[in-house]
Design a protein around this ligand. Structure first.
Ligand SMILES: Cc1cc2nc3c(=O)[nH]c(=O)nc-3n(C[C@H](O)[C@H](O)[C@H](O)COP(=O)(O)OP(=O)(O)OC[C@H]3O[C@@H](n4cnc5c(N)ncnc54)[C@H](O)[C@@H]3O)c2cc1C
Length: 390
């Protein structure tokens, strides 16, 4: 059976890894040429890491027998040795939440969390693929039908890939979803986020293993930072655009001035990070989500990852969910015919992503009205239910 995956991000590459050793022929079609940029880094917890661990253990022999050149042409990737125990990224052992004046609100141990750069994760997944699985420069355009059945995916460059099953793994603005499910009813998340990767050896060493977050208690404004790899620290600023906003998002100078202005009362550490950041690689992310779809599949096409469901970023679960989707769909496809596999995948995954969708909205509401809760009840910006139940 030939499976045509559209989108070579986290979900698409993970699915290809799980399926490639079985009875399937797999082709991943990615619109980018060479490297997938953007995204900066993820915070990932045990559920996602266990998927990576499974792949690392299973696929080490594939990687060793067929080493590939780096996919990332534009960016150096901090690679680690290919052993079954090695995972990309840095361990994050604790979370500290403070007010801008330095007052500590929460200090929690984090059990086996990692901060992983997007480039590291896609490289990790790509390295374990068989040669010629990934075809780049293929931006999905439309499906080709024969007798009411989808038989091929057509790309904007004129190329066509025939197959038996098709997987839409093309992210939050999925063209596959739009073609088969119609226009998505996105719900604005109100909160915006600026993200960046700063280079500062001293701060990266000093704060290694710690996710530090500073958050105001009277309005929606927060700054978080986590050392990622080498001398780099991933940082983000979450803000309520009703406090202040900028319209010109293309000017690095204006973006830096905006961040400095909004964070003027935050501690010197925050300014040091901003001063160590190259704002030409930073961007503003407008958060949004959409209600869980009534099905993740249509005929012989199925959606995974952000294409299937999108939650607000407060739960830090998007990457983990994308990998869990891929793992579950692959398991089902190995055990049953595709209509049952799709149905069972939807039943199991829609429940979990629906819970994350709700949690993301609840955390957003608290972020926007922090004064509604006393300090000790402040919801932490992670998968709060998991941490609370420990
Ligand atoms: C600012 C920000 C911070 C985040 N922080 C976290 C975090 O801390 N932890 C976490 O777990 N998640 C986080 N996320 C969410 C996470 O990035 C996503 O949930 C995750 O990347 C989803 O994986 P995916 O493979 O479904 O989509 P993507 O990773 O977006 O991959 C989709 C792929 O499809 C390709 N594509 C798109 N259109 C086409 C087309 N027409 N044809 C062919 N290919 C196409 C894209 O180039 C891309 O490679 C964050 C997201 C943002 C925006």
């Amino acid at each position: 059976m030939k499976i045509v995956i559209i989108g070579g991000g986290i979900a698409g590459l993970t699915l290809a890894n799980f399926l490639q050793d079985e009875q399937f022929e797999v082709v991943v079609n990615e619109r980018a040429i060479g490297a997938v940029g953007g995204g900066h880094a993820f915070l990932m917890h045990n559920d996602g890491l266990s998927v990576l661990q499974e792949l690392a253990a299973e696929k080490t022999s594939v990687a060793q027998s067929a080493p590939k050149a780096s996919r990332h042409l534009k960016e150096e990737v901090n690679q680690q040795p290919e052993t079954s125990a090695s995972l990309p990224g840095q361990l994050v052992e604790r979370f500290i939440l403070r007010r801008p004046d330095g007052k500590e609100v929460q200090h929690l141990p984090l059990d086996n969390w990692r901060c992983i750069k997007r480039t590291e994760l896609t490289q990790f997944l790509y390295d374990k693929l068989r040669d010629n699985t990934l075809r780049d420069n293929r931006k999905f355009d439309r499906f080709i039908y024969e007798d009411d059945r989808i038989v091929a995916a057509a790309f904007e460059n004129g190329e066509v890939e025939y197959g038996d099953l098709f997987v839409g793994a093309d992210g939050g603005f999925s063209r596959v979803r739009q073609e088969l499910w119609g226009q998505t009813a996105f719900i604005p998340g109100r909160v915006k986020e600026v993200v960046g990767i700063a280079s500062n050896q001293a701060l990266a060493e000093k704060y290694r293993g710690t996710f530090n977050k500073f958050q105001r208690d009277d309005s929606g404004l927060a700054f978080g930072m986590i050392p990622s790899s080498g001398d780099e620290l991933v940082w983000f600023m979450q803000y309520d655009p009703e406090i202040s906003d900028i319209t010109s998002v293309d000017s690095p100078i204006e973006l830096e001035a905006f961040c400095q202005r909004l964070l003027v009362e935050f501690p010197p550490l925050v300014k040091d990070i901003l001063n160590s950041n190259d704002f030409s690689t930073s961007y503003i992310w407008t958060t949004r989500d959409f209600d869980v779809l009534s099905s993740f599949s249509h005929k012989n096409v199925v959606l995974i990852g952000d294409a299937a469901h999108l939650a607000l970023p407060f739960t830090s679960a998007g990457t983990t969910n994308a990998m869990l989707d891929a793992q579950m769909l692959a398991t089902n496809l190995k055990q049953m015919d595709y209509p049952q596999a799709f149905e069972s995948y939807y039943k199991q995954r829609s429940k979990e992503v629906s819970a994350h969708l709700k949690l993301g909205r609840a955390l957003r509401d608290v972020f926007l009205m922090p004064s509604a809760l006393p300090d000790e009840q402040v919801q932490i910006p992670l998968i709060a239910d998991k941490l609370r139940s420990r």
